[in-house]
Design a protein around this ligand. Structure first.
Ligand code: ADP
Ligand code: ZN
Length: 748
């Protein structure tokens, strides 16, 4: 392993600053605009010292409020009206890879589309370039000549370990010499070791596109040919790869990745939950012999820096990542794949509010690269783009290896209700028991964490509510707490009612996965159970361990939240029971029906992926609801057709555009005042409509009062200029704010 250790330069090192050289070239007030990673309205102008020659994209250090900040030279001078003699000069250039024009255009584009300050968008692309400049150097070499200092035996070993004249890190050196790191520090203090920049070693092995992959079935092969052609064309295009669950979409689009590798360009694959994608990574490794570069929020800062550098230098040929990977500095992006494109996890709701699927298509266009959207349950947005001829569609109609689609049936909870105080209806209990008796695996799905979503007092009817939010506290019995799922507020489960003081009067109402686990322990005491929820599977290792336990058949019954719906392939799983199929349909969300069909179809798609046929049971109080009928009949296309027909006449997305304004303030009076000012200044005209202001469903969140307004326009109307003009008319008092959400997914 020693030989595979990777070295990295420290971007923050003082010595990497290029100090103005006195070459006496042109002087005079040359100015340049620099984008800083803060929510300013745009870049600022700086003076170029006579001996620096910054180019657009250069990473520079500039003074800002008596500090030095890292920024990026932007393309055009801001001409911000600051006279030449008042401009501050750039302090220096940083030895970091230039930010390419395609990424700068992308940042401008995202900022403009989402109405975010461009600096805030750029911050996502610059997150790993350190701001400070005086960090400890990270490599050591022998002083030559050696100073007059005591050379103990331990110190001798260290000097021997440096005989190859390559700088090595403290950790490497201590390991190679078999000494503690204090020895290294002592030697540095004594002048025996001198700091030195470490050479850069490319950290990612090259995936081999010609590694033999699986033999593709005819329809897979046909789709792969078209995808390869799209990559070889080296132009922008969008293709929807639409195939039933288990049809081998991954194997198929990996052929597009292979073609991209043959072209010598970089590929980006976006997954909705990269931390949970152990099976995907294993499959990639099987196909290409080596793992890809991975990008998500759980990485250590060292891995983050190495990966970022490698992407920038083109030595990370394939990156698989979460939505933030869109902002990596690819010099030659040749393919973007968005797997599970229908997933709402691609929408970032905090900070810069953007939809990674849509922005991925923009990123591809700006790089003249093809995009592939992959799903067994494509979003109506994507289907509308196919219908309009903007996207191409490839279909894999059957499961791989002759596996049949699972049979889906509804359990009418009115006809066959569960026993009192229980949540599993008799037909589901029987089906699970039969499945387990056959030695097959079963899964119970409930998209709700914790033990019970509501706790109330039997005596006075009081409901335990979050003090900061308009939300009930959710009981987590294993941790003995009540918790708010919106702000995280947590209290121990009280012994008495906080309203009437009655003792032992609090009762849980409704089920969460913990409660279903408890009930299954009663009903199936012999079954080996595994809970898959974000509380129990906290990272990639836990998820991988869970997947391996299921594959190795060390688990009989899986109980999970929406995590279990995401792409897993468990060949021995033959029964999926949906505990509350109606759950997602409550509330007036525009996409509630579409999303419920997608989620439940995906969960159902985990069943029967190998030889044994799969069976899915939906517990519902409304078996005649179009969503249940679509799932039972398995006719998603017809369902989506009806959804489209419902949305089209009212110009609802995707046949119109929406943008939400979320107004928040500390008091109800302040928020109402601002919201009604916005309402009075609302735009009007042909093809547009403003709904609200209305209290948000979460009318108080983290102690802030919230109101919503919704701008709805025809598709041919651009919402951004309208929003800008509208917002400009309404001053925002101190303490209040207006958040903009273009193409909202959540309406809370
Ligand atoms: P999807 O993503 O469409 O749900 P997967 O790509 O997960 O389907 O494929 C389902 C299973 O079938 C996986 O285990 C995959 O490795 C396997 N598979 C798919 N295509 C092939 C093939 N051509 N040869 C062998 N195995 C395949
Ligand atoms: Zn709360």
């Amino acid at each position: 392993m020693q030989g595979r250790r990777r070295k990295e330069p420290d971007l923050g090192e003082q010595s990497l600053l290029v100090v103005p050289e006195a070459d006496g070239r042109r002087s005079g007030a040359r100015r340049v605009s620099v984008m800083l990673p803060y929510p300013f309205p745009g870049p600022f102008d700086y003076r170029i010292p006579p001996d620096l020659h910054p180019q657009p994209g250069d990473v520079v250090l500039v003074p800002l409020n008596r500090r030095e900040e890292v920024g990026v030279v932007w393309d055009h001078s801001a001409e911000d009206g600051v006279p030449d003699h008042k401009l501050k000069p750039i302090s220096g250039l940083i030895d970091a890879p230039q930010m390419r024009p395609a990424l700068r255009r992308f940042i401008d584009w995202v900022a403009s589309y989402t109405l975010s300050p461009p600096g805030e968008v750029m911050a996502m692309a610059l997150r790993v370039v350190p701001h400070g400049v005086s960090r400890a150097p990270i490599g050591w070499v022998c002083a030559d000549p050696l100073p007059d200092a005591r050379v103990t035996e331990a110190r001798r070993k260290v000097l021997d370990a440096l005989a190859i004249k390559q700088p090595r890190t403290t950790g490497e050196l201590a390991h190679a010499a078999g000494v503690g790191s204090s020895v290294i520090r002592g030697m540095a203090d004594a002048g025996l070791l001198l700091p030195s920049a470490l050479p850069f070693v490319p950290p990612f092995a090259h995936p081999n596109p010609d590694n033999p992959g699986e033999l593709l079935a005819p329809d897979q092969a046909a789709a792969a040919v078209e995808l390869r052609q799209a990559v070889a064309a080296q132009t922008f295009s969008v293709t929807l790869l639409d195939g039933v669950t288990g049809s081998g979409k991954t194997e198929t689009y990996l052929e597009a990745v292979a073609e991209c590798l043959r072209q010598g360009r970089q590929a980006l694959v976006l997954l909705p939950e990269i931390a949970l994608s152990s099976q995907w990574l294993e499959r990639f490794q099987r196909r290409f012999g080596v793992p890809p570069a991975v990008w998500h929020s759980d990485l250590t800062s060292r891995v983050r820096r190495v990966t970022w550098r490698a992407v920038a230098e083109g030595t990370a040929p394939v990156v698989v990542g979460a939505r933030s990977a869109l902002f990596l500095p690819f010099p030659d992006l040749g393919l973007v794949v968005i797997d599970e494109e229908h997933e709402t996890a691609f929408k970032q709701e905090e900070g810069v509010v953007y939809h990674a699927r849509d922005m991925a298509v923009v990123r591809a266009r700006l790089c003249a690269a093809p995009a592939i959207l992959v799903s067994a349950t494509p979003s109506l947005e994507t289907l509308a783009n196919v219908e309009a001829g903007r996207y191409r569609r490839l279909t894999l109609p059957t499961r791989h290896g002759g596996a049949a689609m699972p049979s889906v049936a509804a359990i009418d909870m009115r006809q066959t209700p569960p026993e009192r105080g229980h949540f599993l209806a008799p037909p589901l209990i029987t089906a699970v028991a039969e499945t387990l008796a056959r030695g097959e695996q079963a899964m119970l799905f409930l998209n709700r964490r914790g033990y019970a979503p509501l706790t109330l007092c039997r005596h006075c009817g009081h409901r335990m509510q979050c003090p900061n939010c308009t939300a009930w506290l959710v009981e987590h019995r294993a941790r003995r707490v009540l918790q708010c799922h919106h702000c995280g507020h947590t209290v121990p489960i009280p012994d008495e009612c906080s309203a009437c003081g009655a003792a032992n009067s609090l009762v849980p109402v409704g089920p969460g996965v913990e409660r279903i686990t408890e009930e299954s322990a009663e009903s199936f005491p012999e079954a080996r159970r595994l809970v898959m929820a974000s509380d129990t599977m906290t990272g990639p290792d836990a998820a991988a361990a869970a997947a391996h336990a299921i594959e190795a058949r060390n688990v009989d019954l899986i109980i999970g939240t929406q995590i279990v719906a995401k792409g897993w392939h468990f060949p021995h799983l033959t029964l999926v029971g949906v505990v509350d199929a109606d759950l997602g349909l409550a509330g007036g969300d525009l996409r509630a029906a579409e999303r419920t069909v997608q989620l439940l179809h995906q969960v159902a798609g985990r069943a029967g992926r190998a030889e044994a046929p799969g069976r899915v049971l939906l517990q519902t109080f409304s078996p005649d609801h179009p969503v249940m009928l679509a799932l039972v009949e398995g006719d998603l296309a017809a369902f989506m057709g009806r959804e489209a027909a419902q949305r089209r006449p009212g110009h609802w997305p995707p046949y119109g555009r929406l943008a939400a304004l979320i107004v928040s303030a500390d008091t109800a009076a302040e928020v109402d005042a601002l919201a009604s000012n916005l309402g009075r200044a609302a735009p009007w005209g042909e093809g547009l409509e403003v709904l609200g202001p209305a209290p948000a469903p979460l009318s108080i969140l983290r102690g802030r009062h919230r109101r919503r307004l919704l701008l709805k326009t025809r598709r041919d109307v651009a919402v951004q200029p309208i929003l800008r003009e509208w917002l400009n008319k309404v001053p925002v008092p101190r303490g209040a704010r207006i958040d903009v959400d273009v193409d909202p997914v959540s309406f809370l």
